[in-house]
Design a protein around this ligand. Sequence first.
Ligand SMILES: C[S@@+](CC[C@H](N)C(=O)[O-])C[C@H]1O[C@@H](n2cnc3c(N)ncnc32)[C@H](O)[C@@H]1O
Length: 263
Amino acid sequence: MTETSKLPAVDRDTPNAARMYDYLLGGSHNFAADRAAADRIKATVPWLADVARTNRFFLHRAVRFCVEAGVDQFIDLGSGIPTAGNVHDAARAMNPGARVAYVDNEPVTVASATALLEGDPLATISAVDMRDPDAVFAAPGVCDLLDLSRPVALLTVAVLHFVSDEDDPAGLAERYRSRLAPGSLHVLTHATGDHDPDDVTTIDSVYRNTANPSTPRTRRQVAALFGDTELVDPGLVDATEWRPLDNVGAQHRGLWAGIGRIR
Ligand SMILES: C[S@@+](CC[C@H](N)C(=O)[O-])C[C@H]1O[C@@H](n2cnc3c(N)ncnc32)[C@H](O)[C@@H]1O
């Protein structure tokens, strides 16, 4: 089931975070401008691709945590171009009935996910700007798929650093959580300059000229995005340190990560 009626036009000339991330992960859904922007960063910040992989590894561990906690419905905001180990693949490996509502506002992402999910009754993609929670919850791919009277896993993974302070990311996160049943889980990663401030300044200077300027935040600022949720063990840590496994290869610090349980 898919929702494609609101596809924005593809702009091949302006680098885009979804397609740069796809390139960093070794995907093929990207254009020359995306590759050039990512390569400009990699020339001085070689660990950027490691952090992208770190984020995906965390996402997989987090999805498994949610399913083990009994949550079988996911809303994935800023879901990205489908790539190895999509949320519905990871969730269904443990619970074949898991439902996933993907949301993104990048046209290549939406087109790729639409093709991938064709004929799938339990996963959708909605073309909506996640800064508009009312529009997200009104999208058929969300409201017809998920039962909001039961717990949902709200995924904001590597997306809230693309929400500016002006757009009030903490208030936005709260607007989503306020619609979810107790026992729902808020999964979050967020870019930070806490460890490598000079490198992150370089990264930002490139993203400033893309469709998705970024706002890295300190640990304290990221902690505020969880509102009054109860952080599950080990709390808000670098993504490399959140319940790590020993088989994930090279990883680099640069993303705060955590899961908050909604009371
Ligand atoms: C770095 S990717 C992360 C993808 C995926 N969540 C993951 O962690 O693997 C960020 C994604 O957020 C999406 N995004 C950024 N701002 C958005 C917005 N306002 N509404 C919807 N999606 C957005 C981008 O299009 C991109 O696909």
